[in-house]
Design a binder for this molecule. Structure first.
Ligand SMILES: *Cc1c(COP(=O)(O)O)cnc(C)c1O
Length: 655
């Protein structure tokens, strides 16, 4: 190995993030993990996310872009007001930015509208530290102006302290922040998502219980990385201080007089060297690292008896006289780091970065497949044959790629389409079947299995979602469907239950489809592939708050971007999500064997890309395949396509 090297213990970062996320979580405060001190390291961001932080934040766009390109799908927060020269880039890369300049926010608004995106604004307020922020007296007017702008949403307000002026968070300035938030909410009748109460220096108040309840967000960097709060420099409970260790190499070891000799001028950096004390002969070593790499005063030797004397651009001078051992050229000395020294080491391209892996997470132990031979919710029979065409083959395919899958067969009796039944009668019969699926799902989750339902028409999704939400409250759903499935009894022209299943999942009108309605928040749902909506349903969907990516959006943005945006949206409000594949989302050219086909759908490659992109997020916690109506149960091409998609979705999930 070549030196110097900074060793980065990702598991310690995970542990620290978990301790602080739990500490803040107890008080209803969400944590944005700040990675700017590591130059936006994706590995560090992943470790923080594994520890439970909600978002990842950095002050530099380049770092955020790297994170996005390296599979970080959480919400990304830009900590510094965007530059005028980076507006388009900012809207493209980040979800939320901290802002204090209305002129910039106007540019963000125009650009977000152009990119068909929503960009969230946290309005920063200067509460005395005199770095960024509008003055408190200007906050209400600024908030009003932002609320008027298209493309941007006033997602919250925040403040930053203990940076320039060294002003500490206090009950007074935090109360002022909370009161300004309440005032904005009252004056404009809106709800602010985030009241962001500062950085690592705010932890002391959170621990002491003096943080006002209204504050629900903090941005933590140094405390997660180095295990210290920064108001008083105290170690934090449950954290470790040794996530980083710098190892540098000795290039000269000699006994020299402690005092310089000759006529003193300036040192290499233009300072007059201060020398004092007696002149002794002492053992000193030179090391191959310097001010070009880091802040030498921030290097803290791990062993006692070693003292950093100083250095120049490329040399570090260390007194080892009292170390109690000998040091030679080639020996390594280890240092802990202060925040500025860490920043320097991470930024220097001369310091090698060496990551120690995170402990593998407790993973699922297998997939459990349930057949749901149901077409009672559909427009015709056919989908009751899908489990027969899919389950056994799927199990085989998954086994080939090394994934243990258990095929539980059909878990309910066939429940067929019957034109003579009223929607109410169908609903009563469906509830029994879906209750079985909900129970199956609960059992699977309790036994660390991944529940997978093979429909059936789309109405079975209400069953699996009901079970899922009984065990995992903060789950979401990505639903692929050509149709809105958002009708209620009044707007439905057919009375077919599968056309109301999305409404049933979020308890909006619609008939009941399972005993315990899933009641999923609309903001936890993303619908992808939509191209066929009834006119009354269109209005309901528009007003619903469900995030929709139509086929047009897929054309404009590309499938990869659509999935990234979907995951980003879900990652702030959920800790995982269900994937519901209504086979009609694919184009009938590739998937003809569906209950009701709709032209202009997703092609073969896009469909796979969608599943692959979802798989790498690691957030998929259950799935279903529905709306398949095989023409030939023994060897049906559409069933084959569905199996492939599930393999793509699951392949990388269970390792
Ligand atoms: C750097 C920064 C943070 C994180 O500060 P730490 O002291 O590392 O927790 C939070 N907010 C803003 C605006 C920042 O610039």
């Amino acid at each position: 190995m070549e030196y110097p090297v900074i060793e980065i213990n990702l598991d310690t970062i995970r542990v620290n993030a978990a301790a602080l996320a739990a500490l803040c979580g107890k008080r209803g405060i969400a944590v944005a993990g700040v990675v700017k001190c590591t130059c936006g390291s994706p590995a560090v961001a992943s470790a923080m996310l594994a520890g439970g932080v909600k978002q990842i934040a950095d002050s530099r766009l380049e770092n955020l872009e790297r994170l996005r390109n390296n599979g970080i799908n959480s919400e990304l927060l830009l900590l510094r007001s965007p530059m005028k020269s980076q507006i388009a880039h900012t809207v493209k890369i980040v979800d939320i930015s901290l802002n204090s300049e209305l002129e910039i926010i106007e540019l963000l608004s125009a650009e977000a509208a152009r990119q068909r995106k929503q960009h969230d604004i946290i309005l920063m307020i200067d509460l005395g530290d005199r770095r960024e922020g509008v003055m408190p007296g200007d906050v209400i007017a600024a908030a009003g102006a932002i609320i008027q702008m298209p493309g941007v949403r006033l997602a919250g307000i925040g403040t930053n302290l203990t940076c320039f002026g060294g002003i500490l968070p206090s009950p007074e300035n935090m109360r002022q922040l909370a009161e300004l938030a309440t005032e904005i909410e009252t004056v404009y009748a809106i709800k602010l998502r985030w009241i962001s109460g500062g950085n690592s220096s705010s932890l002391k108040m959170i621990i002491d219980g003096t943080m006002p309840a209204k504050i629900n967000h903090v941005r933590l960097g140094e405390s997660i990385l180095l295990g210290r709060e920064t108001a008083y420099g105290k170690l934090l409970p449950g954290t470790k201080p040794d996530a980083f260790c710098l190892k540098a190499e000795i290039i000269e070891s000699a006994v020299k007089p402690s005092q310089p000799e000759g006529i003193a001028g300036l040192d290499a950096f233009g300072h007059v060297p201060v020398t004092s004390g007696d002149n002794y002969y002492r053992r000193r070593v030179l090391m191959g690292i310097g001010r070009e790499d880091t802040v030498l005063e921030g290097l803290l030797p791990c062993l006692p008896g070693i003292k950093v004397l100083g250095g120049s651009s490329d040399h570090l001078i260390v007194d080892v006289e009292e170390a109690g051992r000998s040091f030679e050229a080639g020996d390594i000395i280890q240092f802990n780091l202060t925040y500025p020294a860490l920043l320097g080491c991470m930024t220097s391209s001369y310091v090698n970065k060496h990551y120690h892996d995170i402990r593998p997470e407790q993973h699922l132990t297998g997939i459990r497949i349930a057949g749901m031979p149901v077409s009672i919710g559909a427009n015709r029979p056919g989908s009751e044959l899908a489990p027969q065409a899919v389950c056994a083959k799927l199990k085989e395919k998954l086994a080939v790629s090394g994934h243990a899958a258990e095929d539980c067969g059909n878990i309910v009796k066939p429940l067929l389409y019957d034109a003579s039944l009223t929607p109410e009668q169908k609903s009563a019969l469906l509830i029994d079947a879906n209750d079985c699926l909900a129970q199956f799902t609960v059992n699977a989750l309790d036994e660390n299995k991944f529940p997978l339902a093979v429909g059936g028409d789309h109405s079975i999704t209400a069953g699996i979602i009901s079970g899922l939400r009984r065990r995992k409250k903060s789950t979401g759903m990505v639903m692929f469907s050509a149709f809105g499935e958002f009708n209620d009894e009044k707007t439905s022209t057919t009375g077919n239950l599968h056309g109301m299943v999305l409404a049933a999942c979020c308890k909006r009108g619609g008939l009941r489809m399972v005993s315990i309605p899933p009641d999923m928040p609309v903001e936890n749902i993303v619908l992808i592939g939509l191209r066929n909506v009834d006119s009354a349903e269109r209005k309901l969907l528009r007003q619903s708050g469900i995030k929709i990516f139509t086929m047009e959006d897929i054309d404009v943005l590309g499938m990869h971007e659509v999935i990234i945006q979907a995951c980003r949206r879900l990652s702030h409000c959920t800790d995982g999500f269900h994937v519901s594949i209504g086979m009609n989302f694919a184009d009938p050219a590739e998937a003809p064997g569906v209950l009701l086909a709709s032209r202009g759908g997703v092609n073969y490659r896009e469909a796979h890309l969608a599943m692959e992109t979802l798989a790498v997020t690691g957030m998929v916690c259950s799935a279903d395949l529905t709306e398949l109506a095989p023409v030939n149960a023994a060897d049906d091409p559409t069933a084959g396509f569905g199996i492939e998609l599930l393999c793509s979705l699951l392949g990388q999930k269970i390792i």
